[in-house]
Write a protein that binds this ligand. Structure first.
Ligand SMILES: Cc1cc2nc3c(=O)[nH]c(=O)nc-3n(C[C@H](O)[C@H](O)[C@H](O)COP(=O)(O)O)c2cc1C
Length: 224
């Protein structure tokens, strides 16, 4: 494996290039290899204990995109113009609680851990959830999984920008209505998964304002 050698200048350029794209050029499509690359950076993202509490639905079907519009006020223009439109789902308590079938599946089949390590991990994971993070209700558990799914979101948007692809993260939706839709029309088991965010990918229709408006670095970082 090679040590990355991308220059800081290139990376900062990509961070400046990335902006919340309000409207995409609907005539431009992201190549399959490029969107698969972006999704691979979600797959490679870090997660707590490595349990990957997420799922991504790439919505390319026009009718399904139409159905999302009434429940997602922040998304209509993006649903019409984005090359690819992704729903970021996070796992709920029945999936990520320390004693769930899914966690056992991850340890046994995916990570192929030996029995004694599984036992040790289970104990740590339980203590972490119950004692350290006090994840004592479904909402807290989902929000905790969501925090991790947002890491994958950040990585996807950055990797898109590094390859000249635009994106827009979207939280402008009604959570309950959107989840009802996912249950009824997208075949999502909403006992197990909730909707954390939407994210659109494509190519900008117009350039954004530059430079970006941001607080000063001294106001957001303190050194002790
Ligand atoms: C979690 C999250 C949710 C957002 N939701 C929306 C949205 O629903 N619609 C939208 O147009 N922009 C949305 N944005 C984009 C922000 O408004 C934007 O990132 C911010 O104003 C900074 O601008 P920039 O990303 O262009 O640098 C969202 C951003 C984040 C991180």
């Amino acid at each position: 494996m090679n040590t990355p050698k991308i220059s800081q200048q290139e990376i900062i350029n990509a961070f400046n290039f990335r902006h919340a794209t309000k409207e995409f050029d609907a005539t431009k499509k992201i190549a399959d290899a490029d969107i698969n690359f972006i999704l691979e950076t979600a797959q490679l993202s870090p997660s707590s204990f490595g349990f990957e509490p997420w799922h991504f639905i790439v919505v390319q079907d026009k009718e399904l995109r139409e159905l999302l519009k009434p429940v997602a006020w922040g998304a209509p223009v993006k649903l019409d113009t984005a090359s690819h439109f992704v729903l970021g789902l996070s796992m709920k308590a029945p999936m990520v609680k320390w004693d769930s079938e899914y966690i056992m599946h991850m340890m046994k089949e995916v990570k192929q851990l030996p029995e004694d390590v599984i036992e040790m991990y289970t104990k740590f994971y339980r203590e972490f959830q119950e004692r350290d993070f006090n994840l004592d209700n479904d909402k807290k558990m989902f929000d905790w999984a969501s925090k991790q799914t947002y890491i994958a979101l950040g990585n996807m948007m950055t990797s898109a920008a590094l390859t000249g692809i635009d994106s827009c993260p979207i939280e402008g939706f009604h959570q309950e209505k959107a989840e009802a839709l996912l249950r009824e029309k997208f075949g999502v088991d909403t006992d197990k998964y909730g909707l954390s965010f939407m994210v659109a990918f494509g190519y900008r229709k117009a350039d954004p304002e530059f430079p970006k408006s941001r607080r000063n670095i001294e106001d957001i970082v303190s050194w002790k």
